[in-house]
Design a protein around this ligand. Sequence first.
Ligand SMILES: Nc1ncnc2c1ncn2[C@@H]1O[C@H](COP(=O)(O)OP(=O)(O)OP(=O)(O)O)[C@@H](O)[C@H]1O
Length: 370
Amino acid sequence: MLLQTLTTLNYRNLAPATLHFPAGVSAVWGPNGAGKTNLLEAVYLALTGLSDVTRLEQLILQGEREAYVRADLWQGGSLSVLEVGLGRGRRTLKADGVRVRGQELPRGSAVWIRPEDSELVYGAPSVRRAYLDELLSRISARYGQQLSRYERTVAQRNAALKAGEDWAMPIWEETLAKLGSEIMDVRRRAVIRLAELAFEANAALGSSKPLKLGLSETTTPETFRADFTRRAAEERARGSTVIGPHRDDLSLTLGDFPAGEYASRGEARTIALSLRKAEFELLHERFGEMPLLLIDDFSAELDPSRRAFLLSLAASVPQAIVTGTEKAPGAALSFRAESGIFAPEQNSAPEQSSTPEQATKHTALEQVGG
Ligand SMILES: Nc1ncnc2c1ncn2[C@@H]1O[C@H](COP(=O)(O)OP(=O)(O)OP(=O)(O)O)[C@@H](O)[C@H]1O
């Protein structure tokens, strides 16, 4: 998986441009607020169709009505053009000129490591569920579809609970038990492998305490229906479905203690990094190609062993973009970021082409429309 170019227009504070990325490490460095995170966010959006903003309008340059992002990506030996159009409340995805849904995009194409990943440890169960569900939806389109159907059914059952429609419960419960059991089954199998990979990464990061991953479930496929009966009075009183995979958690245990309650800041950062490394490995195993690695603000990582881990991880993959207020060492190309403009630096090491055939020699920046 190699990103050849990224083109943006009206995307947050990024100046309209086409940036060419080489194979190996690209270092993007500059002051706070320069647009470094926005650049990684644009890459991640173009490659996966995913964004965690609450309103799509946040992604559009203030004062504009539409934004556009395009990535030219080498995958499986050929070049794909992935485009995202953004309007008010509207997102259009295209692959090679054809409209597609998110699950039709190359789903193992990028992993994004961010400073705020510590929330995976300290945050609410919903943060860890989102991590797991996003990863599994990328690994299996069916998982994503079943999860959407399940979530819609929970919303419908909650409405029926609030309306006191007891007669409808058996129908909703039948559907929830069926979809929910399938979701739990996929999660259980995936978490076994994810746990092995995260355990290894945590040890490689020098942690003396073993990291254990598991699922903390509110029900099981075997007891789903009985649990609905047992919790019926509580659910009616609250007007909401209190058991099922939408309430489960990915449990993280460091040594003998739940990480969310006992891990130090540094330990939490190591655990979060282990989860991202496990995500990277799982996508690699599933799709057979290493994802593009996006590391946001490596310079915020002050711990020497985690910093070394991040940089050696970046150096070990086919392509990584590493941002920071200082320049990541060992980069094939560096960009100086300032006010949404990314200027390639002349003193970078000789550029490797991101074309697998190593064919084209290119200039690193072309301004679009200006
Ligand atoms: N829709 C938007 N329109 C215009 N500007 C925006 C928009 N969204 C965000 N910005 C601006 O983008 C800037 C933030 O960019 P970004 O988070 O990428 O910075 P950064 O270089 O990663 O900084 P840091 O080093 O502090 O992490 C802010 O100044 C913010 O005001």
